[in-house]
Each structure stands twice: as structure tokens, then as C-alpha cells.
Design a protein around this ligand. Structure first.
Ligand SMILES: O=C1O[C@H](COP(=O)(O)O)[C@@H](O)[C@H](O)[C@H]1O
Length: 343
């Protein structure tokens, strides 16, 4: 297939109007045809289900939550909105096996679990509110920044405010039972987590510290054990940086993280079966404040959204070395945050 479609979640504070679709033409090796596919307010994160429903973050009339969109027609059609007083989530995950959707509410320190209904809409099944804080100014309260499945189908939630990673058992109807808590170093500011393909290791990205930790994941009790930590940016970088997204290649050999401030992607090589990582490349994102990024299904390409300069950058990925090389840097996409491939 030479055309792959991407969905882009955005902020709508300046130029953007909602959710966009973009094509990657692997023949010409270029991004093309950005189209607004649904108008929403600050849909900074979205997730696609196998039933072709989009679950997107939405702010509406002082309420925040998750809307369900039918991804078949253009423009998309809204099927459901689960909104409650307060701010919207920062992360959404889909559990296909149990037909659940998880939402991580950064500003409310909250995880919500929804059961997917017959039409794709959602019904609240359970919630978990964390408490805690950390030493940095951004850590005055709990901030759930990520919640998604572990390799053994439990739930893992990452709290940037409390420097914690919390694991839960999940019942078929979406009830959560806490299993374990990993406490990161004070001020680490964990944002997102990804696992090695064999499920043995987890890679925890610290937004506030620009650090990446390798953790051993113990499936017996869903606990984590710290193995090593390294920086995502050069030691002599003294200006602000906030680490954002993390991706692991399907073969488990390489990790990609984005740096907001240093405006780069860090490429790490994984060795010792995934237990050790080493920075092997830092490449400019050719724009300001890179947020999310995605590998296409072949993993020959990586697309990243630069939020402040309203552009996407496209790279070719060498599957042997893991290294990225720039193909396109000026593709206009307003206030891009979330990047995900549809096919
Ligand atoms: O990565 C980040 O995300 C949080 C949550 O986003 P929001 O749009 O819900 O506020 C944000 O507050 C934080 O500044 C940022 O670094």
C-alpha cells in the first residue's frame, strides 16, 4: 500500500479547528492532503478502535471528557459524549478484549474506565483518583498522564505529579483493583511508559527530568524494578526541555523519544535483550515543541508533530541501525499534538 492515513489530535487555541487526517504517500515519501475531519475543542489525544470508532478528548461548556466519533464518514459523526465538570483527559487507551476505554485525567489526577456500548458509545464503569505531589512546581498535585494496558492485560497508570506508576487488575466489566505502585525519584515527572515486545522491560519517560528509565516488569505481581536511567538530551543543554512521547520499534531494538525545548528526537539502541539502552542519535524535529510521533505500520517512516510551529516532519527509519533521516519538514498542520496511523 502506498497511501497510509494518519489522524492528528490538536490544540485549538490558535489556528486549529479539531481533528485532522493526513496521508503518507510511501511512493513519493511525502505527507499530503491535510483535511479537517471533525471540529472539536482541544482534542489533544485520540485513540482508534478496531470497530473504527475514534475516542477523542473534548472540552465543551466547562466540561471535559471523551467523545466517540464514527471514523467511516467524512466528516466524522459524533455518536456519544461522556463529559463531566472540569478539564478533559490527556490520554485515552482502548482495551479491545474487554471492550473498555481508559481515560487519564491529568488535571484531576483521575483514571476513568468506560464500557464500550453496542453503538461504540461509552458508559462509565469505574474510576480511580490518585493523591500525591512532588518537588517541582508542576507537581503540586497528582497528574495522571497515561493509562493503558500492560503486556499481560492489566492497567498501568503514570502519575507525573506524584512520581508514581500504578498497576491495576481489570475485570471484564471494567472494575479496577490496585496491584502495585512504583515510586520514581522525586521530580522525575513520569509522563508515558512503553514496554519491550517480550513484556519483560518497561521504558519510563520523565517529562520534567528529561530522563528515560529502564524498569524490569514482574508479571507475577505487576511490580517494577529500576535497572538504569539515562538522559534524553545532551548534558550541556541548559534551557527548558520537556520530554513528551515514546515509541519502541516492534523488534524491540530501538526507542524513540521527543524533546520539547531541545526540539529533537532521541534514538536509543536497546541491548542485553532490552535491559540496557544507549543514546545513538539526536535529530532535529525542524520545528518547535514536538509532541507525539508515530511509526507507520512498516516502521520505515516516523512522523512527528511540532505544536508551536504548526508543522509535521517526516523521517525515513533505517530498520538495521534504527537511525532517522529527514524526508520532509514543512508540512502544515496547526497545533499538532497526537499522531496515530489509521492503517
Ligand atoms: O504534556 C503536557 O500535558 C499536560 C496536559 O495537557 P492539557 O492540555 O490537558 O493541559 C499539560 O498540562 C502539560 O503542561 C504538558 O507538558
Amino acid at each position: 500500500m502506498s497511501i497510509h492515513k494518519l489522524l492528528l489530535g490538536t490544540y485549538t487555541k490558535r489556528a486549529s479547528k479539531g481533528v485532522y487526517e493526513v496521508e503518507l504517500d510511501t511512493q513519493s515519501q511525502q505527507l499530503q492532503n491535510a483535511t479537517l475531519v471533525f471540529e472539536l475543542t482541544n482534542p489533544t489525544y485520540l485513540a482508534l478502535s478496531k470497530a473504527n470508532k475514534v475516542y477523542a478528548v473534548e472540552n465543551r461548556d466547562g466540561q471535559g471528557g471523551v467523545v466517540t466519533l464514527d471514523n467511516t464518514p467524512r466528516p466524522m459523526v459524533e455518536l456519544d459524549a461522556q463529559l463531566s465538570d472540569g478539564s478533559a483527559p490527556a490520554y485515552i487507551g482502548v482495551d479491545e478484549a474487554r471492550q473498555l476505554v481508559f481515560a487519564g485525567y491529568y488535571h484531576r489526577g483521575l483514571v476513568e474506565v468506560y464500557k464500550i456500548q453496542a453503538n461504540g458509545g461509552l458508559q462509565l464503569a469505574d474510576s480511580f483518583e490518585n493523591k500525591g505531589s512532588g518537588p517541582r512546581p508542576e507537581q503540586s498535585a497528582a497528574h495522571i498522564h497515561f493509562c493503558n494496558l500492560t503486556p499481560d492485560n492489566r492497567l498501568v497508570a503514570v502519575d507525573l505529579g506524584a512520581d508514581q506508576v500504578i498497576t491495576f487488575d481489570v475485570s471484564d466489566d471494567g472494575q479496577l483493583t490496585e496491584l502495585n505502585r512504583y515510586q520514581a525519584d522525586a521530580g522525575f515527572g513520569p509522563r508515558h511508559i512503553r514496554f519491550s515486545p517480550d513484556g519483560q522491560y518497561a521504558y519510563l519517560l520523565g517529562e520534567l527530568s528529561s530522563l528515560l528509565s529502564v524498569l524490569k516488569y514482574n508479571q507475577e505481581d505487576s511490580s517494577f524494578e529500576h535497572l538504569m536511567t539515562t538522559s534524553t538530551i545532551p548534558d550541556d543543554w541548559s534551557e527548558h526541555n520537556g520530554a513528551a512521547a515514546i515509541r519502541v520499534s516492534a523488534d524491540g531494538r530501538f526507542i524513540y523519544t521527543s524533546n520539547r525545548g531541545h526540539d529533537s528526537v532521541s534514538v536509543f539502541e536497546c541491548t542485553n535483550l532490552g535491559a540496557e539502552i544507549e543514546l545513538i542519535q539526536l535529530i532535529s524535529t525542524e520545528g518547535s515543541f514536538p509532541r507525539d510521533m508515530a511509526l507507520d505500520p512498516s516502521e520505515n517512516y516516523l512522523v512527528i508533530a511540532n505544536q508551536e510551529t504548526d508543522n509535521l516532519s517526516l523521517y525515513a527509519r533505517d530498520e538495521q541501525t534504527g537511525e532517522l533521516s529527514l524526508l520532509q519538514k514543512d508540512f502544515v498542520l496547526p497545533e499538532g499534538v497526537r499522531v496515530t496511523f489509521e492503517n
